[in-house]
Design a protein around this ligand. Structure first.
Ligand code: UD1
Ligand code: CA
Length: 446
């Protein structure tokens, strides 16, 4: 969209005491991804390819977590928390040779969209020196108020420093700000702490910029997009917003949700089109579902691939490494882990398939279990193309049932069943004539 370079600084030094947690606030997850990583992803999406992170002391885990999104992120430690401007200055080393655009983001405001950051960048490209993201709210309470005059943002007044008239303003500061790289460091250095909280307010950059005749504008975002998280209740609200958006997006791209509010997606769920998802389905991270698949009610999927035309559930659990090829079926009360289920194979009732390869069109009878674990190691089960495994079979891995073989119901298979053979370990049935009749008669007398 632009040839301008861009960097982002993510503020995340806050302890988050109201979370009542032993882990840093920004590591709490929304849709199975730490909040701070959502922020990093949006920034990267908007072209901020240089990322800096400001963390408190002993927050190495936060740095490690964001590294998984962007390996080059630089972390800076803010020892004392003296305000948002002080926090940005903790990353001052990364501003000595600034990018054209510098975006300041909060690690605890995870839903900010790439498109919004792009919009802020467009305003910088159009000549603004500072772009502030605001939102209108019925409950402006503790937020900084955006004071505008003739389309120019003239000041941001923190609630604790505001006059009664200023407090009536309901256009508030979301905290997300964009600066022209050329002016940010000078402005930051001019900020003092002469205010009610004796903090270095990043928001004071706005009045300072006005005094220097720089151009400052406010953009409006939706209140839910810029909702920050300070408590578990706010975390739940943000999760809810994420899910509402994810459901709308899925439906808009051609996925049928029969009961949208009961389906929960992860941050990285990938869906094709003409998929039907019935009620009460949960997606953990790392799931990919292709066109025309049906996910019936009450399924739980995580780290799994479901190819086109598969049917899953009801009540199926796909664990990491489940890889279902076209037209495969995994039915009720089946669990599949780290296994390939080839094209058209069926695992339909009450089975556990772990560390296995199930050949195309094989049929796994009800209650079949791969015994893949001996308490120390995991072993592989191989089931050939077109094999038929009778109900209630235990496949003691490592073991192979070759193509086109059958296994008799109730067998415990420990050795290879050759292609086309019948494997059977069932004890011979005996029949004692009249035994039951005599037994019943005796019981009735006693
Ligand atoms: C700030 C804004 C306020 C805005 C509000 C939106 C200032 C002075 N005020 O309020 O206008 O309406 O956000 O939520 O900027 N942080 C640090 N180090 C610090 C201070 C803060 O890293 O020394 C980080 C926090 O972890 C958090 C973010 O900056 O992610 C905002 O801090 P917080 O204390 O929640 O915001 P306020 O200053 O209350
Ligand atoms: Ca806050």
């Amino acid at each position: 969209m632009t040839l301008r370079s861009c960097q982002a600084i993510i503020l995340a030094a806050g302890q988050g005491t109201r979370m009542k947690s032993s882990k840093p606030k920004v590591l709490h997850e929304v849709a199975h991804l730490p909040m701070v990583c959502h922020v990093a992803k949006s920034a990267l999406g908007a072209g901020c390819d240089q990322l800096s992170l400001v963390v408190g002391p002993d927050m190495e885990q936060v740095h490690d977590s964001v590294k998984k999104i962007h390996s080059n992120i630089v972390a800076h430690s803010q020892i004392e928390r003296l305000g948002t401007a002080h926090a940005v200055l903790a990353a001052q080393a990364d501003l000595l040779d600034p990018c054209d655009d510098v975006i300041i983001l909060y690690g605890d405001t995870p839903l900010v969209r790439t498109e919004t950051i792009e919009q802020m960048r467009k305003n910088l490209a159009g000549g603004a020196d500072i772009v502030v993201l605001g939102f209108k709210t019925e409950t402006p309470g503790p937020y900084g108020r955006l004071l505008e005059k003739d389309g120019q943002l003239v000041a941001i007044r923190e609630a604790k420093d505001a006059s009664p008239d200023e407090l009536k303003v309901n256009f508030c500061n979301a905290g997300i700000m964009a600066f022209a790289g050329g002016s940010i460091l000078d402005l930051l250095k001019a900020i003092d702490n002469n205010n009610a909280q004796e903090e270095y307010y990043l928001t004071d950059a706005v009045e300072l910029a006005n005094a220097r005749s720089l151009s400052v504008v406010a953009l409006e975002a939706d209140e839910v997009e810029v909702q920050g998280v300070n408590s578990r209740a706010e975390l739940a609200k943000v999760e809810e917003t994420f899910q509402i958006n994810a459901r709308s997006k899925a439906m808009a791209q051609g996925v049928t949700l029969t009961s949208p509010q009961s389906v929960f997606f992860a941050h990285d769920t990938k869906l094709g089109k003409d998929i039907v998802i019935e009620p009460n389905v949960i997606f953990g991270p790392g799931v990919e579902v292709s066109d025309n698949a049906t996910i019936r009610a009450f399924c739980h999927l995580e780290g799994a691939k479901v190819a086109s035309d598969c049917v899953i559930g009801p009540y199926a659990r796909l664990r990491p490494g489940a890889d279902l090829k076209e037209k495969a079926k995994v039915g009720n009360f089946c669990e599949v882990k780290k296994s390939v289920i080839e094209e058209g194979a069926k695992v339909n009732h009450l089975s556990y398939i772990g560390d296995a390869h199930v050949g195309a069109k094989a049929n796994i009878g009800a209650g079949t279990i791969t015994c893949n674990y001996d308490g120390f190691n995991k072993f592989k089960t191989t089931i050939g193309e077109g094999a038929f495994i009778g109900s209630n079979t235990s496949l003691v891995a490592p073991v192979t049932v070759e193509e086109g073989a059958n296994v008799g119901a109730g067998s415990v298979i420990t050795k290879t069943v050759e292609a086309g053979a019948l494997g059977l370990t069932r004890a011979k049935q005996v029949s004692l004539a009249n035994w039951a009749t005599r037994f019943r008669a005796k019981q009735a007398k006693d």
